[in-house]
Design a protein around this ligand. Structure first.
Ligand SMILES: [Zn+2]
Length: 77
């Protein structure tokens, strides 16, 4: 996650299973057509548009967060 961390991310949490992800800007997504895997919860596959901002302490400090694209997280569609 070093590269994503450098780019910046926002912590978003799956409302279904509580898994915290790192919401990355659209510009940080791969351009190879693999967008689909960034639109669902890494754990339970719930759609990312249902995610909510994570509260402080939702994710353990220092853990690796899965990158995710959450519409509107960065003011993007
Ligand atoms: Zn989930």
């Amino acid at each position: 996650m070093t590269a994503d961390r450098a780019l910046g991310y926002k912590e978003y949490k799956c409302q279904k299973c509580g898994w915290v992800h790192a919401a990355i800007p659209r510009s940080a997504l791969p351009q190879d057509g693999s967008l689909g895997q960034y639109l669902r919860c890494f754990q339970c596959h719930a759609p990312s548009f249902s995610f909510a901002p994570a509260a402080q302490g939702d994710a353990p400090v220092g853990c690796t967060l899965q990158p995710i694209f959450v519409p509107r997280a960065w003011g993007e569609e």
